[in-house]
Design a protein around this ligand. Structure first.
Ligand code: FE2
Length: 200
């Protein structure tokens, strides 16, 4: 082997191996055994509920970013900032829920087409909507998540999955409830300058 061939061989070894294919190592919907002291039936039931909440949380997160970009009017700046804060908090929940699904031995949903097929939150139009409509959409979405998460928390408690129960109560419910308050107060019809405008 001459010096040129030696050099080619070394170069090829350092090259990235691209365009590889292979079979899935775990099919969606299946469970791998995990030494958690939880039976398979309860892990499976909790994973299915968590995937629904994950899809709805990713949709609500993205709804906040849409409205962060598209908000307009006199409350633009405060809502622009508030919507982005809530986006970040929902994004934290997404990671917590998805990793809980994985640690239970399941597979978390991840990609946009799968989320779109699964979420119960109605699809908003691509166009821009006025602030009261943006807020109504957000509040209705929160309520969908809250109802599903509350039912899932009770079920997780009943089947001994206290870690999932804690995640749903301490993180999902508490975050969503607080965000509802912060958003809902923006659609209370209060006078801006004169307290008794009608009697004036
Ligand atoms: Fe931004």
């Amino acid at each position: 082997m001459n010096r040129t061939l030696d050099r080619d061989q070394a170069t090829n070894k350092a090259a990235p191996l691209q365009h590889q294919t292979g079979r899935e190592t775990q099919a969606f919907g299946t469970l791998v055994p995990m030494p958690l002291g939880l039976d398979e039936a309860s892990r499976k039931a909790n994973i299915e509920r968590l995937n629904q909440i994950l899809a709805d949380t990713m949709t609500l997160r993205d709804l906040y970013k849409k409205h962060h970009w598209q908000v307009a009017g006199p409350t633009f700046y405060q809502l622009h900032l508030l919507f982005d804060k809530h986006f970040e908090e929902q994004d934290t929940l997404v990671d917590l829920i998805a990793e809980r699904i994985q640690l239970l031995g399941g597979i978390s949903l991840a990609m946009a087409p799968d989320i779109a097929e699964t979420t119960k939150i109605p699809r908003p139009p691509r166009g821009r909507e006025p602030v009261p409509v943006q807020i109504s959409r957000i509040l209705e979405s929160h309520e969908i998540v809250l109802k599903t998460a509350r039912d899932a928390a009770k079920a997780a408690d009943e089947n001994d999955d206290l870690g999932t129960n804690d995640l749903l109560v301490s993180n999902v419910l508490r975050t969503n409830e607080l965000q509802v308050w912060f958003v809902a107060e923006h659609v209370v019809d209060t006078p801006v300058v004169r307290a008794d405008a009608k009697g004036a």
